[in-house]
Design a protein around this ligand. Structure first.
Ligand SMILES: [Ca+2]
Length: 146
């Protein structure tokens, strides 16, 4: 016997996921609706799709968010308005296994360090200097529900 427990979404992310994945069994509770899932395979997890307002089921909708290397660091396209209930982090690594948080933006708050993000022109692309430069560095933008 299999029991299906349904409940209403209770967070802003869950409400968004329910709308995006309502056709799947369980809606926002379906594995494809998880904040770290990437059902369209575009390498942007649902939390980032939510933050940028892109379509989590259309791999063409989220183009342009990839970090770009600069001389001493990296630049990111960041959402100008972060939706409710999501925390964003810019993270760096030299081995893809251990990640260090460089900057954090809580819901409704500004970006905080230790690394300073500097807006470039449009206010959506930000650049920063790598605090631990080496021959090989990786950066990512992560999203989670706080
Ligand atoms: Ca995706």
């Amino acid at each position: 016997m299999k029991a299906i427990i349904e409940s209403d979404p209770s967070t802003p992310y869950q409400t968004w996921a329910q709308a995006e994945f309502s056709d799947l069994s369980g809606g926002y509770q379906h594995p494809d609706a998880a904040i770290t899932a990437d059902p369209d395979g575009d390498a942007l997890p649902n939390g980032i799709e939510y933050a940028f307002g892109s379509d989590p089921r259309d791999p063409a909708s989220g183009r342009g968010q990839a970090p770009l290397a600069t001389a001493n660091g990296c630049s990111f396209l960041l959402p100008s308005i972060v939706p409710e209930g999501i925390l964003l982090r810019v993270e760096g690594s030299d081995n893809l296994t251990g990640w260090t948080t460089h900057a954090t933006r809580p819901p409704g708050g500004p970006w905080t360090g230790p690394v300073v993000l500097t807006p470039l022109g449009t206010q959506t692309r930000h650049t920063f200097t790598d605090p631990a430069p080496s021959n090989r560095r990786f950066f990512r933008l992560a999203a989670e529900e706080p």
